[in-house]
Write a protein of this length. Structure first.
Length: 48
């Protein structure tokens, strides 16, 4: 996925805090019957 540099976040402490605060993501893809939305629980293992 293209992410312009101005919007990129690489600081691990910020990404970890974001993941802890909002642990649910929605993956939208094109399937045989059109758009499909799936909810995915995010998990970041300690120390990673």
């Amino acid at each position: 996925m293209y992410c312009p540099e101005v919007f990129a976040e690489t600081r691990s402490e910020i990404l970890r805090a974001l993941n802890q605060r909002y642990p649910l993501a929605t993956l939208v893809s094109m399937g045989a019957n059109g758009l499909e939305a799936n909810h995915i629980l995010l998990y970041l293992a300690p120390g990673e």
